[in-house]
Design a protein around this ligand. Structure first.
Ligand code: KIV
Length: 289
């Protein structure tokens, strides 16, 4: 890993994010689940980091996000915070850690703040989760809503597909966005929502930051899943994910080379091991029977 190339920046705060909105300067947001990647994202100047429950798929190999627990999230969020001390780190609330009640939601949101040093939490759902957003915000915790394709409800939504493609469903997303905003969400993520629907929500937002994941350019900022950006998730690549480099291929080639060099005895070479001075080695031999 390379040494830092950019001077340390100031902590990214809510006023900083709202200033960016006021300046019409898009906010950068990526998922991240571990220390070395958080370190690189911080060096690259990424402003927001989502410790997403997508880690269930990208890091733990589950087929969905549903098995992820609060303890999984806490362990990964702590690592991310250590790697990215100034980023605005958002803890993603896993399945059934907020749906049952406002109290459950506040207690689990609190864990992200007290145990991980997160700056905010995110949860999925519209008006039916507005009471949880309200409760979390009243406990002094900044909250982000998530509408459109909400992976924890993938079964009810009928698969990983664009949401709000007809007028009725689009209107429902617009109404849900307003409900979350009124409940106190400082931001809303729109995932796989048609671009013009995203634009309407952004234009109507009052003091709420609208972020897009596959929902077009007319939001206050963009989110991508890190593993999709770098070819690191083998099972599928969503259409909306632009590949910014194929790290998966680079790593696979490196692993194959390592395998080949070990079996052909090209590795290791003297620079890859440690020796003992001759005189010490002679002494050692005398002690051996
Ligand atoms: O868990 C996650 O990474 C998410 C994104 C899909 C937005 O919630």
């Amino acid at each position: 890993m390379t040494e830092p190339t950019v001077p340390p920046r100031k902590k990214i705060t809510l006023p900083y994010l709202f200033k960016k909105v006021a300046d019409a300067s898009p906010i950068t947001w990526l998922t991240c689940y571990d220390y070395p990647t958080a370190y690189l994202q911080e060096q690259a100047g990424i402003e927001m980091i989502l410790v997403g429950d997508s880690l269930g798929m990208t890091m733990l190999g589950y087929d969905s996000t549903l098995p992820v627990t609060m303890d999984d999230m806490v362990r990964h969020a702590q690592a991310v915070r250590r790697g990215a001390p100034t980023a605005f780190v958002v803890g993603d609330m896993p399945y059934m850690t907020y749906q049952p009640s406002v109290e459950t939601a506040i207690r689990n949101a609190g864990r992200f703040m007290s145990e991980c040093g997160c700056d905010a939490i995110k949860l999925e759902g519209g008006i039916e989760q507005a009471d949880k957003i309200k409760g979390i915000v009243s406990a002094g915790i900044p909250a982000i809503g998530h509408l459109g394709l909400t992976p924890q409800s993938v079964s009810a939504l009928g698969g990983y597909r664009v949401q709000g493609k007809n007028a009725l469903l689009a209107k429902k997303i617009i109404d849900n966005a307003k409900a979350l905003e009124q409940a106190g969400a400082f931001a809303i993520l729109l995932e796989m929502v048609p671009d013009r629907v995203c634009q309407i929500i952004t234009e109507r937002a009052e003091g709420c930051i609208i972020m897009s994941l596959g929902s077009g350019p007319n939001a206050h900022g963009q989110l991508l899943i890190y593993h999709d950006m770098f070819g690191l998730y083998p099972k599928f690549k969503p259409k909306m994910a632009k590949v910014f480099g194929n790290a998966g291929e680079v790593i696979l080639n490196g692993l194959k080379n390592y395998h080949d060099e070990v079996i052909s005895k090209q590795f290791p070479q003297p620079e890859n091991w440690f020796g003992i001075p001759d005189e010490e080695f002679e002494e050692l031999k005398k002690t051996l029977s």
